[in-house]
Design a protein around this ligand. Structure first.
Ligand SMILES: Nc1ncnc2c1ncn2[C@@H]1O[C@H](COP(=O)(O)OP(=O)(O)O)[C@@H](O)[C@H]1O
Ligand SMILES: [Mg+2]
Length: 464
């Protein structure tokens, strides 16, 4: 049995349940109705057979040999047995040993061949146009020379029997129909009741304001539906966390941008009040620096936006960490030269990892930028790519001043900078690196610089 409406969608739960529950009930009741019809027919036939057998015996007993012939006297009682409302027709016939009719109605025919049994034989027969149920009994009639066998046949039309079957069966039918209706009703009520919590839940979901994430009460639905509510709640919790991250990010971004903007406003004011061109030019140069910092901040924010976007898409590809590292180093080389930082790359072997090429580039660039920006004149920055225990590892270390030990714990958080950090940084670089690493099941951490002095970050990502 296929529930209706299984085509587009899954159809109505109510209708499906109704079909699954009610269908078998109807089938079982139909079968039991058929059984009770058969049993009613058996019972009525049994009663009828008893009656025709009794009258056949009565007629047989009243058959005597008198005046040289077999004489049949039909006692009225023999046929009165059938007094019924259905006006059945009764016929009888008495045959001699050769099957010749001695008395009764011509038209009742002995079965041919006659069953060998000496007992009563019941058989269906026809009398004129009507179907009958008949019985044939044997009897020995005493004659002067001994005995002669005769056969008495009595038949009755089936009206009374059919009436009886009908009335026996009708009662069963009515009882069972009442059962079917009661079952349908209780199934319908049951389904309606059981669906109510689900509909309430639907109402609650519909009514929930967009900014509310309180979980739905799983105790208000049946155990089977609880996992669904749980999943819904879990999803809402993730959504709430995501929105919270976004909001805090927006807040801190606005906060971060306010400071350089305020500085620039002051600088512009100074430039306007400048007494001579040299002073104005000096202030303009400061404004230029602030603008550089601002545009750096903006591009870092865009990168973070891209990280969030990619996090949603998470398209992972095969990227060569060594190649990306060499590429970034060659791009940054002129800046490193300007800053007086010596850049060295140790990444000969290809090192294929699973990540996004754009984001990996971004992470590496942030680490190299930091070395150039923070290590200081005369320092050496080394980029080393190695493979360790299923991970591709890039270590960016420099021989600069490093950071105060107290700062180390918070450098990977957004907008966090070292206490002695110089230049127009945003404090987002290492946070971006950490988020990208985490996104691709990798890790970014501060490690001890090889020479004991300076700064080193280790970025590891799974090899493919
Ligand atoms: N190579 C480095 N040498 C010394 N300090 C570093 C180095 N890289 C990062 N830092 C410290 O970590 C802080 C956070 O770095 P980052 O998140 O990239 O922010 P930003 O570079 O914009 O200041 C920096 O402000 C700096 O104090
Ligand atoms: Mg930085």
């Amino acid at each position: 049995m296929t529930p209706r409406g299984a085509g587009p969608g899954l159809g109505s739960l109510r209708v499906n349940l109704m079909l699954w529950l009610f269908g078998p009930v109807v089938a079982i009741l139909g079968f039991s109705l058929w059984l009770s019809y058969a049993s009613a027919t058996r019972q009525a036939t049994l009663i009828m057979n008893r009656q025709i057998l009794a009258s056949a015996r009565m007629i047989a007993e009243q058959t005597r040999f008198r005046d040289g012939a077999v004489r049949v006297v039909v006692p009225p009682a023999a046929l009165e047995l059938f007094a019924s409302d259905s006006h059945d027709e009764i016929s009888y016939a008495v045959f001699d040993q050769d099957g010749v009719l001695i008395a009764g109605f011509p038209g009742l025919n002995l079965p041919d061949p006659m069953p060998a049994t000496s007992d009563a034989v019941f058989l269906p027969t026809r009398f004129r146009t009507e179907e009958m149920n008949a019985v044939v009994v044997r009897q020995s009639v005493i004659t002067p020379d001994g005995t002669t066998p005769i056969r008495v046949m009595v038949g009755e039309t089936l009206r009374a029997r059919d009436d009886m079957v009908r009335s026996l069966w009708l009662r069963g039918f009515l009882e069972q129909a009442a059962l079917v209706v009661a079952a349908a009703l209780s199934i319908w009520i049951g389904i309606t009741r059981e669906l109510r919590p689900l509909l309430r839940l639907r109402r609650a979901v519909l009514d929930k304001p967009a900014d509310r994430f309180e979980p739905f009460d799983a105790a208000e639905v049946q155990t089977e539906i609880r996992p669904l509510v749980q999943a819904l709640n879990d999803h809402m919790a993730r959504l709430a966390a995501y929105l919270d991250r976004q909001r805090r990010f927006l807040d801190s971004t606005a906060h971060q941008m306010r400071t350089p903007l305020a500085v620039m406003k002051t600088q512009v004011g100074m430039a306007r009040r400048g007494r001579d061109a040299t002073e104005t030019l000096a202030v303009l140069a400061e404004i230029d620096l602030s603008l550089t910092a601002m545009s750096r901040l903006t591009s870092q924010l865009l990168t973070l936006g891209r990280v969030e976007h990619e996090r949603a898409q998470l398209a992972v590809e095969k990227v060569d960490l060594a190649e990306v590292t060499r590429d970034v180093a060659s791009h940054v080389a002129p800046l490193a030269l300007d800053a007086g930082v010596d850049l060295a790359v140790e990444a000969e072997e290809p090192c294929q990892i699973a990540a996004s090429a754009i984001l990996l580039r971004e992470a590496v660039a942030n680490l190299v930028d930091n070395a150039v920006a923070h290590a200081g004149k005369g320092a050496t920055a080394t980029l080393t790519v190695t493979k360790e225990a299923g991970m591709g590892v890039l270590t960016v270390s420099d021989t600069g001043a490093g950071v105060a030990p107290a700062d180390r714990a918070r450098l990977f958080q957004r907008f966090q900078r070292g206490t002695s950090a110089k230049g127009g940084g945003s404090g987002l670089g290492l946070a971006i690196v950490a988020e990208i690493a985490e996104m691709f099941a990798g890790q970014a951490e501060l490690v001890a610089p090889p020479g004991g002095k300076g700064f080193a970050v280790r970025l590891s990502l799974p090899l493919v």
